[in-house]
Design a protein around this ligand. Sequence first.
Ligand code: ZN
Length: 232
Amino acid sequence: MERMIDGFARFRREVFPEQREVFEQLAKGQSPHTMFITCADSRVMPEMMFSAQPGELFVYRNIGNIVPPYAQHVSGVVAAVEYAVKVLEVQHIVICGHSDCGAMKALQHPGKLDGMPSVQSWLKHADVAQHVTAEKCAHLHGEDYLRCLTEENVVAQLEHLRTLPAVAVGMARGNLNIHGWIFDIPDAELRAFDGAEGRFIDVPVSGHPVPQASPMARFRIARGHGGLRSPR
Ligand code: ZN
């Protein structure tokens, strides 16, 4: 714990004084623009990766960056998404997977989960990805198969995300966008799921639009129809 306490002391001494005004403002409330759902893996550090300031990202982490589909049994991540959309009114939700993910490796080699019934049960929410990958990427092996599985898991979780009523309404109104990303640890590269192309592409350098996983506009409920209020 000494490492943690030393780190906090350094934060108070070196970082906090420079950000004092930001923290004073944030003491009154938060208004993050993005909910970022990623793996609990210690190598994925959202605030560091996106040079984000306090208050910018509403981060939720779990094993395998999973969002269970809408159901009677409520999970923590589903409740957090609802809160982020309805109360914080985030404009974006990102589901971000990563390279060398232990959860994805466990799906690839189910024997690794022996003796871990809770993890085994949790990863059932990635069954779709496992089955689609077995079909789509049967010709691939090792790292390439893992990469395919990691991508399919992000797509599967995006589909689950869309089953949450708050997300579906936000997207129908056109004021909530969803994104599926994968962070490559050794090269610090980001790939994004392009919903229009149906595949992952490298995130272009600054100044270009980021690929969106949200469905095309024609799937949205037209404004002024269907009883939806106008977007903010
Ligand atoms: Zn992981």
